[in-house]
Ligand binder design. Structure first.
Ligand SMILES: CC(C)(COP(=O)(O)OP(=O)(O)OC[C@H]1O[C@@H](n2cnc3c(N)ncnc32)[C@H](O)[C@@H]1OP(=O)(O)O)[C@@H](O)C(=O)NCCC(=O)NCCS
Length: 354
């Protein structure tokens, strides 16, 4: 299997088309589908798209992974069939413009899949370096598509005998805040920023580090970055801006702590802080944590529940966790810490999405 990029939405996986997948489609080799665990249907890949696929393939080499500025397929998570496709007609031009196109198979239209997929692609587009404007066009008589683009926030800029043209500038894009947050693994390069964040009053008040020097921060987080400790650390990104830190681990991996928590093997722990001042106390905490829980923690099969342990006086944290659905368990005291922990739990079965 070749490499691909994926975006997960509520009901779909959007996936760039890997080279070997396209090659097999061109020669009508149906193992393309099974290779990627996709269920083949008669509806997708009609003849006209076949021609497009040949063109897409011409722009790729064996080594080149799909850049994302090309074709994506939309896979329904529920039945693994392809219910649409879309993407961009190339890399950004000199003005930072990319053009988006999309289609949903006939039997699945009118159920919001188009909006869900196009919103996710637009959000992906604006996260890429150099992208300033996303454009789209629609046939004059295709009101469904025009409504979709307007619902996303695109503005009509002109029309001719056949098409209406739309555009959206990055600085006009509000999107769903939830969609604009994503996570990447913490790396060594981030440690300077982490040290800066630990030095702010608002982080240090509740997420204490006795010594916030770069050396101490590195000594604490490098083993996690290098995989010597099992805790997974991430930077929470808002578009292309790092805004905070989140981490997750199995509580069983920390027996000294688990003496007090008494969690089972399938219980994850999580920690969060927002490091950028302009993002704190504006409701971003709940958005970031919710997305982290659904997209990182609860995606693990061997996780049944998540526990967090704010200090009882940390009202902002407690309210944030309650908003996501966490429930109070009990208060514990780890003698190695300066304060009690107000243990709160969110069980996977109780969540709306899963
Ligand atoms: C905890 C944290 C992630 C919460 O994210 P946030 O987006 O800043 O959360 P907010 O400040 O918007 O607060 C959430 C809620 O608590 C309320 N709140 C905040 N401070 C409060 C206070 N002192 N008293 C009462 N309510 C308070 C807010 O009004 C908001 O409620 P609302 O949504 O009903 O209006 C963030 O504040 C943070 O990073 N803090 C520093 C590190 C930290 O505490 N980490 C958690 C360690 S367990």
């Amino acid at each position: 299997m070749n490499k691909m990029q994926t975006i997960e939405t509520k009901r779909m996986i959007l996936m760039t088309m890997p080279v070997d997948f396209i090659d097999k489609l061109i020669v009508n080799d149906d193992t393309a589908y099974s290779d990627y665990n996709i269920v083949q249907t008669d509806e997708w890949l009609k003849n006209e798209f076949h021609e497009i696929i040949v063109k897409i393939r011409e722009g790729m080499t064996e080594e080149k992974e799909a850049s994302g500025f090309d074709a994506w397929i939309f896979i329904d998570k529920a039945d693994r069939t392809i219910i649409g496709d879309g993407g961009f007609k190339g890399e950004p031009d000199s003005e930072g413009r990319i053009d988006i196109g999309y289609g949903i198979v006939e039997s699945r239209r009118g159920e919001g899949y188009g909006f869900e997929a196009v919103s996710a692609l637009i959000e992906w587009g604006f996260r890429q370096k150099g992208v300033k404007i996303i454009t789209a066009d629609s046939n004059l008589d295709n009101t469904a598509s025009q409504n979709l683009l307007e619902k996303i926030g695109m503005k009509r800029i002109k029309s001719d005998e056949t098409l209406v043209y739309f555009e959206l500038k990055k600085n006009q894009y509000t999107g769903e805040p939830y969609d604009s947050i994503w996570f990447r693994r913490l790396t060594e390069i981030d440690l300077k920023l982490m040290a800066q964040w630990f030095n702010t009053d608002f982080v240090n008040e509740w997420y204490k580090m006795d010594d916030t020097s770069y050396e101490k921060v590195s000594a604490k987080y490098l083993p996690r970055i290098n995989g010597e400790e099992s805790t997974e650390c991430y930077i929470a990104m808002h578009f292309d801006k790092p805004v905070g830190f989140v981490q997750t681990y199995f509580i069983k991996d920390y027996p000294d702590y688990n003496k007090y928590v008494q969690a089972d093997d399938k219980t994850a722990g999580a920690d969060i802080f927002i490091g950028e001042e302009e993002y704190i106390h504006k409701g971003w905490g709940a958005i970031i944590l919710k997305k982290f829980i659904y997209e990182v923690i609860f995606c693990k099969e061997n996780v049944n529940s998540c526990i967090m342990g704010p200090e009882p006086e940390n009202t902002a944290a407690i309210k944030t966790y309650e908003k996501i659905g966490f429930k109070y368990l009990r208060t514990i005291r780890n003698p190695e810490e300066d304060s009690d922990e107000y243990l709160m739990e969110l069980r996977k079965t109780k969540t709306k999405f899963l």
